[in-house]
Ligand binder design. Structure first.
Ligand code: ATP
Length: 892
């Protein structure tokens, strides 16, 4: 018999489990040993060896290796071995960089892997989906991706979208009923849910019947192919640019070789020099270094509690001009405490701290006895009954397992002495219609001991009031007159204006023989009982974050399902709502066309009482107005807006799997301030990439030009191949990487967001590359000519001088690259990685020059002290000549 043909008890027997208690830890360990982890096997990974060899597949590197081999055969052993050694070290460097990038991306994937709610040893706990075993009892609610194949044993309006398996994109209703037909296909198994499918509505509980490769998903082999790696816009732009640069570098190299040969140098020497120059000057590794810089930036973001799920987001973050953020939990602490209650014209206050269920009730500042306050009792009791959360205690601390709004209602009722288990003995819950942010209500159907049936509903007060036909006023049921409606309205506004989040409770009795199947039948003709108002204090760091964003040219918009007045009050406290900005509510938003919204959206800073669907409209309107939008969300219905936004942001704690999957960024702490931190890091990463592009390209321009000019002027080669390759490896390598780790400039959050269409060489970068590169080439040439002219028979000495000048000029220039403004704009030694990189490059330079065993390999000669004065003076020129104008401007 298959699982769908068994009832709950049969499933329990076959799988040796207990749906009320779950498995024990011992049993779980046993089963895991036997059946392994709940994982799908990944496709083949590239082996380390293959990755290493892929570093040498570059055409010019192959030509260089071939040329070196020839020179080896011709007897130039030392040169050949040295060149090959350098090429291999270069390859190793590339290999380790790529491995690092790969590893950090894999670690990221691990971090954002889904969690499952499982019943173990009678406790509901959250574990990584990987650790689920057959026989586990798991529960899921809307927005979850189901972690294994399950036989459903509880369903509350459960709907699952199974397109990943069946191709059918419409959600299917799931029940617990027995299916008898033996050949039921996946699409028809209404009492089963499968790994990888998506809960779009309601909630449910199931017994795990298959894990890992044994699941329906595991059996579809082609789904398991590796996800393609994503490239960012900058990487693509650099790839295109790379092609142009390769052509230019090759043409110039050919020119160098041609001029050299025409000037009488022998073809073989010129060929080897040309190939070495091409290898050094072609920035073939740029996209790879960019990946490394991006992934290192991603690691830094993790430290700031933001996980980047899509690499391109790192770049887009720096362009963000609007952040649309949820209020509850993102801007506020989501630590709710009921402080005010209202029923039938009476108001109570309740005190107490946090979630500890201890506090007293007051009316008109006098403590009240609960037994004398019937309406208050009902309000509290139904708030506890129509609830899906639990208050738990650990190390003497109370905490909420579930929705904090519901937790607050539980705590308030506990303060009055109510106990949920006792209540559940009096009232049996027969049906539940879970909360969703479109209806903004939740309902249950209960039966009491005498067989009477009731519907209890809680929800947003203004919405609930609309479905109430009567109200309990002075313990009597009264018709909802216009006068009473306006009294309710002012009670709601009274609470909301104190920044309280409000929940209303209503109920109705229904005939005992009626079965309510749909929420629409439940949520009508109710009797309004009253209101509970809860505080949810703003997160203390958000106000400053909003201010910092404003200075950075980024507007913050609050989007919330909460009441307009509550939203306004909090937005004011946080500095989001100012005298000039506007508030728009869901109703007005629904009535607007997208064009109308575009006209006003730039002035709106709070959207209240909105539904998740509205978010998509807001994103579109902002984008049409030219904004780059970051949008937060947590539920299933938020996913389309998160996907459509330029940067979709999901909540790590309260977010559903769907929201996370749609997002580019996940906030581990659900905190608005983390978005700001990620934007700052995003801006910095981009600036750092610009810094090393500038450094590397200016160096390459210098290297090519010194050779070209020397040939044109009829001089011997100022640098020999091995020296060029050494510069490429040492001088270009380490400092460039250190630039990738640079700290942001002070004003990184004072500038306007970057234009996403800006090219690689925008904002003067192209000029900087060419001018500095030109100067580096010129000073190297001057140093060479001076020494060569003085002693034409000591060519190796002149070449060593040129080599040293080139290296030093680059190592000084690297400090200039730290700032967009000038080398004087910030402490040049502020980046300790860079200082160490430069010191090691210098040491390596001295070793190559002064360590006798290396001299024949690098064809170097010890440089005399007096010449170092000339070298240093000339090497400083490219950086300081053009920095003078900055100082002059500053003085003005
Ligand atoms: P944000 O989008 O800022 O997170 P929110 O959490 O306030 O806003 P919703 O969760 O959609 O938005 O809640 C909207 C309203 O629904 C709340 O103001 C509250 O009155 C009501 N509400 C919230 N949670 C529940 C719940 N669990 N049961 C019943 N009503 C609820």
């Amino acid at each position: 018999m298959k699982f769908h043909e068994m009832n709950e008890t049969e499933v329990e027997q076959v799988l040796h489990t207990d749906s009320k208690a779950g498995l024990t830890t011992d049993e779980v360990n046993k089963r895991r040993k036997q059946y392994g982890y709940n994982e799908l096997e990944e496709g083949e990974k590239q082996s380390a060896l293959l990755l290493f060899f892929s570093q040498f597949k570059d055409f010019m590197v192959l030509v260089l290796l071939a040329a070196t081999l020839i020179s080896g055969l011709l007897g130039e052993y030392i040169d050949a071995i040295a060149i090959i050694a350098i090429v291999i070290i270069n390859g190793l460097l590339g290999f380790f960089q790529e491995r690092k990038a790969e590893k950090s991306l894999a670690a990221l994937k691990e971090l954002s892997s889904p969690q499952v709610h499982v019943l173990r040893d009678r406790e509901w706990i959250k574990i990584p989906s990987k650790e689920v075993v057959v026989g586990d009892i798991i529960k899921f609610t809307s927005g979850d991706r189901i972690g294994a194949d399950v036989r459903i044993i509880e369903s509350n309006s459960l709907e699952v979208e199974e397109s990943a398996l069946t191709g059918e994109s419409l959600p299917v209703s799931k029940t617990t009923d027995l299916l008898r037909s033996a050949n039921t296909g996946i699409g028809d198994m209404e009492n089963m849910a499968f790994m990888g499918t998506l809960v779009t509505r309601g909630s449910g509980v199931g017994v795990v019947v298959a894990i890992g490769m044994k699941t329906a998903m595991g059996q579809i082999a082609d789904l398991l192919q590796k996800a393609e790696t994503m490239t960012t816009p900058l990487q693509r732009r650099l790839e295109q640019l790379g092609k142009i640069l390769i052509t230019v570098a090759l043409l110039l190299t050919v020119l160098v070789v041609a001029v050299g040969v025409l000037q009488g140098h022998d073809l073989y020497t010129m060929f080897l020099a040309g190939v070495s120059l091409a290898v050094a000057a072609i920035p073939e590794g740029l996209p790879a270094i960019v990946t490394v810089a991006l992934s290192l930036g991603v690691q830094r973001m993790i430290k700031q509690r933001a996980i980047v799920r899509k690499l391109p987001a790192v770049e887009t973050l720096g362009c963000a001009s609007v952040i649309c953020s949820d209020k509850t939990g993102t801007m506020t602490q989501n630590k709710m405490t009921v402080t005010h209650l209202w029923s039938g014209g009476k108001e109570w206050r309740v005190d107490g701290v946090g979630y500890e269920p201890r506090g007293s009730f007051f009316r008109n500042e006098h403590q009240v006895e609960l037994k004398n306050e019937k309406p208050l009792q009902q309000l509290l009791m139904f708030g506890m009954l129509c609830n899906h959360s639990e208050i738990k205690q650990k190390d003497n601390e109370y905490f909420i397992d579930g929705d904090p709004t519901e937790g607050a209602l539980l705590v308030a009722a506990m303060k009055a002495g109510y106990n949920r288990s006792t209540l559940l003995n009096q009232y049996q819950i027969i049906k539940e219609f879970p909360f969703d942010s479109i209806r903004k209500m939740m309902s249950i159907v209960v039966k009491d001991k005498h067989g009477k049936q009731f519907v209890v509903t809680k929800g947003a007060p203004d919405v609930l009031a609309e479905v109430c036909g009567s109200i309990l006023w002075d313990e009597k049921r009264q018709y909802m007159s216009r006068e009473i409606t306006s009294k309710i309205q002012s009670a709601i506004e009274g609470l909301a204006s104190q920044a309280l989040r409000t929940i209303a409770i209503g109920f109705k009795e229904i005939p005992a023989n009626i079965v309510i199947l749909h929420e629409k039948e439940a949520e009508k003709d109710l009797t309004f009982i009253g209101l509970q108002g809860m505080i949810d204090p703003p997160r203390p760091e958000v106000k400053d974050a909003v201010k910092e964003c404003k200075e950075a040219g980024i507007k913050t918009i609050m989007i919330t399902g909460d009441h307009v007045i509550t939203a306004k009050a909090i937005a004011k406290q946080l500095g989001i709502l100012t005298n000039t900005s506007k508030v728009l509510d869901g109703k007005a938003l629904s009535e607007m066309t997208i064009d109308e919204l575009e006209n006003v959206v730039d002035d709106v800073s709070v959207f209240a009482r909105v539904s998740p669907e509205h978010k998509l409209k807001i994103v579109k309107a902002l984008q049409n107005n030219g904004h780059i939008v970051a949008m937060t969300g947590d539920g299933v219905n938020d996913a389309p807006a998160i996907k459509a936004a330029d940067i979709g942001v999901a909540m790590g704690i309260t977010g559903t799997d769907v929201a996370k999957e749609a997002s580019a960024l996940v906030l581990l702490d659900d905190n608005f301030a983390t978005i700001k931190a990620a934007i700052k890091e995003g801006r910095n990463i981009y600036e750092n990439i610009r810094k090393f592009i500038r450094y590397l390209l200016a160096s390459n321009v210098g290297e090519i030009l010194v050779m070209l000019f020397a040939m044109l002027l009829g001089y011997p080669l100022p640098l020999i191949p091995i020296q060029i390759l050494w510069v490429n490896l040492v001088t270009d390598g380490l400092p460039a990487m250190a630039l990738g780790l640079d700290q942001p400039e002070d004003d990184v959050m004072k500038r306007k967001p970057r234009n996403p269409r800006e090219g690689v060489f925008a904002r003067g970068l192209g000029w900087k590359v060419v001018s500095r590169g030109f100067l580096i080439g010129i000073v190297t040439l001057i140093a060479f000519i001076i020494v060569y002219k003085a002693n034409p028979d000591k060519l190796e000495y002149a070449q060593t001088i040129a080599f040293s000048t080139l290296v030093l000029a680059q190592l000084i220039h690297v400090f200039d690259c730290r700032s967009e403004k000038s080398v004087f704009a910030r402490n040049p030694f502020g980046n300790k990685y860079l200082v160490w990189a430069v010191i090691s490059s210098l040491l390596l330079l001295f070793i190559v020059i002064y360590y006798p065993p290396l001299q024949p390999i690098f064809h170097t000669v010890p440089v005399e002290l007096k010449d170092w004065f000339m070298i240093s003076g000339l090497a400083a020129v490219p950086t300081f000549l053009l920095a003078g104008s900055f100082l002059a401007r500053k003085r003005k």
